[in-house]
Design a binder for this molecule. Structure first.
Ligand SMILES: CC(C)(COP(=O)(O)OP(=O)(O)OC[C@H]1O[C@@H](n2cnc3c(N)ncnc32)[C@H](O)[C@@H]1OP(=O)(O)O)[C@@H](O)C(=O)NCCC(=O)NCCS
Length: 166
């Protein structure tokens, strides 16, 4: 018999600091074709992925959290500084989609990260992510076109901003 529930075991979403051993799960999540189609973000190869996370884990301005749901790693949620902006982003394994996990995780992160405004950049077709942000109080403030490389089609993105603190 289990002596007690660990945080995130009971159906609630729990955020905790990222441990290096979490990266294998994150790598699997970011390699799922449906996910990078939604996010309009190309999957990184293994070396580039681990190099990116190693850099991020050494950044004192970054807030990096593992999302735990029912004792399993559901994904990650992060906040980082890009020049004078503080941004947020999140990524869940496909098996965890559609259970309010991203909404709960973003609410928790917005309570932890008190700086405002918070910015998010979202592909226009990523209806799920736009809804998550809207439910957490973010509003669309701009629309951008970005071209990842000259040979790739341009991506239309919304910029969303949260100004208030809960
Ligand atoms: C986008 C993503 C984070 C959504 O996570 P999730 O835990 O499934 O979202 P939630 O369950 O909290 O859903 C919140 C709302 O969005 C809606 N939603 C979620 N996915 C949706 C989809 N694919 N299409 C339409 N609506 C969707 C839900 O119905 C819910 O709305 P409601 O409360 O009005 O019913 C998840 O699909 C994901 O990680 N995708 C890959 C990476 C990515 O896109 N990251 C974001 C980059 S900006």
């Amino acid at each position: 018999m289990k002596p007690s529930l660990e945080p995130g075991d009971d159906g609630a979403v729990c955020l905790r600091r990222v441990e290096p051993s979490d990266l294998d799960d994150f790598f699997a999540h970011q390699s799922e074709p449906a996910a990078h189609a939604l996010a309009a973000f190309p999957a990184r190869g293994r070396d580039a992925f681990y190099a990116h996370w190693t850099d991020a884990m050494g950044d004192p301005e970054a807030v990096l959290r593992t999302i735990v749901f029912q004792g399993r790693i559901a994904g990650n949620i992060v906040s980082w500084r890009a020049s004078d902006e503080r941004c947020v982003g999140y990524w869940l394994g496909q098996a965890f989609w559609g259970r309010s996990i991203a909404t709960q995780a973003l609410r928790a992160l917005c309570l932890e990260v008190r700086e405002r405004p918070l910015l998010a950049y979202v592909a226009r077709h990523n209806t799920g992510s736009l809804r998550v942000l809207e439910k957490c109080g973010f509003a669309i403030v701009a629309e951008l076109s970005i071209a990842p490389t000259a040979s790739e089609p341009e991506i239309r993105e919304y910029v969303l901003r949260l100004d208030v603190r809960a």
